[in-house]
Design a protein around this ligand. Structure first.
Ligand SMILES: *Cc1c(COP(=O)(O)O)cnc(C)c1O
Length: 345
């Protein structure tokens, strides 16, 4: 039986072209700044995102942590949405390693946070209060279902934060999905922020890595933090080579993943008992609730035995992510197997 893996777009395997680029990559010692392939990836990333410089890191989690370490001092407060990846899925690193306070405000269903609430949450200068120094946004928003923040929203909330002396970091793990969904250059989404990171290893299909972008000064300080965390890699041009292919060749095709996510959501909405809103699908993530009162975990375990894999992200929340390894026929096959299971329930 063919396994249809909808757990995450991180399961995408490197393409033939990536493997060739990796084999042929010119490399050097990157801690001395002498890996030409990494330098090229960092320049290409910065250019693409409209930033001065970039830093190749091990993972999105490391990029977010480095950004926090550069933008804040221990004891500072960070404002972020209550569904943020940084809050939920990064093991509390901002607190454990950055000594920062995470102050959440509600994420709206569209992944945004209300600028008025942001403004009310920023603490006044005081000898008694933690200093609010950073605002974190997430685009696309994972736990809000792959929702997209627009350039207009981003600019306005960043401007507000800047008026109050805050820096803004965007967790843009899937920022290219947002750009494709909105049909705007990705730089429109990244330009307003002080820093942004994105993942090479998700929909873009590279095996490893993330790039953190910002000003020259920011990246210089980020480079030291990366080394401090043990993330200074040597001839890592071997993996950066795949990242270059990812940015140059794998962005336009994301539209296929988005179409497949809509197809999946529409199909799910036809299956009795499943709760899903196909109108909400903006990129490659679909959240749905299984029939009756079945828990998300039970549903994923049952479907796994039928060769369809999902992630349970809440008691009733099942997450499906479409990606390059799945065709529209795979989506139809998955829907067929779900339908069979629901009929037998
Ligand atoms: C996946 C993800 C990350 C972390 O990336 P890793 O490379 O898995 O560490 C950060 N933020 C968001 C929104 C993500 O989806």
């Amino acid at each position: 039986m063919r396994i249809i893996d909808l757990r995450s777009d991180t399961v995408t395997l490197p393409t033939e072209e990536m493997r060739r680029a990796m084999y042929e990559a010119e490399v050097g010692d990157d801690v001395y700044g002498e890996d030409p392939t990494i330098n090229k990836l960092e320049e290409l990333s910065a250019q693409t995102l409209g930033k001065e410089a970039g830093l190749f890191t091990v993972s999105g989690t490391m990029s977010n942590l480095i950004a926090i370490l550069v933008h804040t001092q221990p004891g500072d407060e960070i404002i972020l949405g209550d569904e943020a990846h940084i809050l939920w899925h990064e093991l509390g690193s901002a607190a454990a390693l950055g000594g920062t306070v995470l102050r959440t405000i509600p994420n709206k269903a569209d992944g945004s946070i209300d600028p008025d609430i942001v403004e009310q949450t920023i603490r006044p200068e005081s000898a008694l209060l933690p200093k609010t120094t950073l605002l974190c946004l997430e685009n696309t928003h994972n736990r809000c279902g792959g929702t997209v923040l627009t350039p207009e929203y981003t600019s306005s909330v960043v401007e507000l934060a800047h008026q109050h002396g805050l820096q803004v970091h965007i967790d843009g793990a899937r920022i290219f999905n947002a750009a494709v969904a909105l049909d705007v250059p990705v730089s429109k989404l990244s330009a307003p922020a002080d820093s942004i990171c994105f993942c090479l290893s998700k929909s873009l299909s590279a095996p490893i890595g993330s790039v953190l972008c910002g000003t020259h000064d920011f990246v210089e300080r980020a480079r030291k933090r990366r080394k401090m965390l043990g993330g200074g890699m040597r001839q890592a041009g071997i993996i950066a080579a795949a990242g270059i292919v990812a940015i140059q060749k794998m962005v336009d095709r994301l539209a296929e993943d988005h179409a497949n996510a809509k197809r999946l959501a529409q199909g799910l909405s036809q299956i009795p008992g499943i709760i899903v809103d196909p109108g909400k699908i903006q990129t490659n993530i679909v959240f749905f609730e299984p029939p009756t009162d079945m828990s998300a975990l039970d549903f994923t375990l049952q479907m796994k035995t039928r060769g369809v894999k999902f992630n349970a992200l809440g008691r009733r929340m099942v997450r499906a992510v479409t990606h390059r390894m799945l065709t529209s026929q795979d989506i139809d096959e998955a829907l067929g197997r779900i339908n069979d299971f629901v009929k037998e329930m």
